[in-house]
Design a binder for this molecule. Structure first.
Ligand code: KG4
Ligand code: ZN
Length: 352
């Protein structure tokens, strides 16, 4: 069984091909970073047009790389949300058209589910597992009970963690996207120089908050003599910020592990996924936590943590295997919560 996946929800146009034997036949990713860099962030209109310009060539490249023809495809999947709606519409429309012409099923994939399920492709992780989804648009802790069955333990009350990396990098005059830039700069810095806050620390539950940390970085930068940033200052802020993020993620994940164990006393897997899980400091810190709590940490390789078409193809395949395909009138969704009940672990309603 071979499934193609299209990813167009943000600033990567990507196509992946996978098999039911967990084989990656093709993984082509075109980053639009150069097109968005002058604006210091992703411009939705530019992204949508770029997806439209590039997806066809990428589909061909993926097929060539895999050495397969359209007649070999068993289904076509696309990210149908959450994400920038213009781009999501390009991907879903393209996937629907290919599926219609081939007479094979179309699968609408939730982008966050795809990040979570990547660990099943790369490491054969079984359900249930606990997942930290740390991306540019989200920061969530969920219990993954099965394909399509997630329980939200916590989410960010303000900024996503990747967004915090991007904004801090911008304050420091580093490039975009900020996560890899902060990671590259931090090893030269002193993580103890700035005592940045750890929002939510000590509070029960698994929610996150990053805006206070971001504001603290802004104030620290402004308070530098003449507000002039030397290389050492940049490295120290990056290191101190990254250390704070590590502490925050570890502290909230520790609470999530306790909540997860109440639901699944014997389960032992913590998955970290999404672009921020590509960060080596984050991986190391989560690994230490997992060891302490007798959990197994599974993090996909960096290139499969950041956005890609392989994770969409894999999620499409998992859904296809369970007969969960979609109609061609499936509408792209700018918002698409993984847990439609949208409740906290304690049963309280979650703010919208
Ligand atoms: O999962 P992703 O590729 O796209 C979304 O679904 O949002 O995540 C992108 C985010 C960006 O904010 C980027 O700065 C961050 O992930 N990121 C990183 C690293 N690589 C990407 N953050 C920290 N360290 C990294 N190495
Ligand atoms: Zn993503």
């Amino acid at each position: 069984m071979i499934v193609m996946g299209l990813e167009t929800s943000c600033d990567e146009t990507a196509v992946g091909l996978v098999t039911h034997e967990r084989e990656i036949l093709a993984n082509v990713v075109l980053s639009q970073i150069d097109e968005h860099r002058p604006f210091g962030g992703v411009v939705p209109e530019i992204a949508a047009r770029a997806h439209l310009d590039h997806f066809e060539g990428l589909v061909r490249r993926a097929m060539d790389e895999a050495g397969v023809g359209f007649e070999d495809l068993d289904a076509v999947a696309a990210t149908a949300g959450p994400g920038l709606i213009g781009g999501v519409m390009v991907g879903t429309t393209a996937a629907k058209a290919i599926a219609l012409v081939l007479g094979v099923p179309f699968v609408a994939v939730n982008h966050l589910e795809a990040h979570a399920l990547t660990a099943r492709l790369t490491d054969g992780v079984d359900f249930p597992f606990l997942a930290l989804l740390a991306t540019g648009g989200h920061c969530q802790l969920v219990i993954a009970d099965d394909v399509g069955a997630y329980r939200l333990l916590g989410t960010t009350l303000d900024d996503a963690v990747g967004e915090a990396f991007d904004k801090v990098a911008k304050m420091l005059g580093l490039g975009f996207p900020g996560g890899p830039e902060i990671e590259r700069t931090a090893p030269d810095g002193d993580a103890a120089r700035f005592a940045f806050p750890r929002p939510m620390k000590g509070r029960p539950g698994c929610d996150f908050s990053f805006s206070g940390l971001k504001t603290a970085v802004r104030h620290a930068v402004a308070a530098l003599p003449d507000a002039a940033l030397g290389d050492a200052d940049v490295a120290d802020v990056a290191a101190s910020f990254q250390a704070a993020v590590g502490d925050i993620l570890v502290e909230r994940c520790a609470n999530a592990i306790s909540a997860f164990r109440e639901h699944h006393p014997k389960a032992r897997t913590l998955v970290a996924a999404g672009g921020v899980a590509a960060n080596q400091t984050v991986r190391r810190r989560l690994g230490e936590l997992a060891d302490q709590r007798e959990m197994r940490l599974v993090v996909p390789p960096s290139g499969l943590c950041t956005d890609n078409g392989v994770m969409i193809a894999w999620t499409g395949l998992e859904r296809l295997q369970r007969g969960r395909t979609d109609e061609l009138d499936f509408k792209a969704r700018p918002r698409w919560p993984l847990d439609p009940r949208r409740v906290y672990a304690n049963g309280a309603a979650r703010p919208a």
